[in-house]
Design a protein around this ligand. Sequence first.
Ligand code: ZN
Length: 234
Amino acid sequence: MDKTTSLLPDMHQVHQKLEAARKKLDRGPRIIATQERLRDQKQEERDSLKTKLIDLRKTADGKSLQLKSNEAKIQDLQGKLNASTTNKEYEIISSQIAADNMANSVLEDEILEALEKVDQGLQAIADAEEAIKTQEELIKKTVTEVNASKPGLEEQAATLAAELAVFEKEIPGTMMDHYRRLVGAHGASCLTAVENDACTSCYAIVAPQEKVQLNMGKVMLCRSCGRIMYQQKS
Ligand SMILES: [Zn+2]
């Protein structure tokens, strides 16, 4: 059997292991990026809660100011009531004071409600800060883990890449361009095992004549998907 063909199954394994190691290396930074995006989102939510709280506070303050001004008005009316000289005048001022007292009572309820909303807003901000802190801790933990596993994975990938380079020297020069294209398009599945007379990547049936050539050790490409075929070791 041709040396190249006999090496293909092992070469395929090295390709797969290398791809797995590189995927693991890529995965770490992607997880961190996702966790950071979530933290940024939580920070935006907190900032919008802060803006909302300022509005709630302004509403509460505005109503408190209104109440004070109304109270001053009532006091003023009270003075006028005491100085009133006619029954009619007394009645008009009395009913005005009653109406203003009623309005103030409504205003007091509204102030209580607004202050309650301010408290809820403060609590929501505190909860958001806590969630951001938790997320920051998670990011820190992931970064530590990713950094700890990185050197080992990099070493593994480098060793596998060197092993692969040795295998690649055995690929016929005429096939090298095609091989590079296949690696670019399919990664580790640039090679494909033949099982039960079919390509295991695209399931095209290998013709009897091709099977003979494959068994003779000739490097063959799948007619359908173009991958480099090898006979699966039994
Ligand atoms: Zn195929």
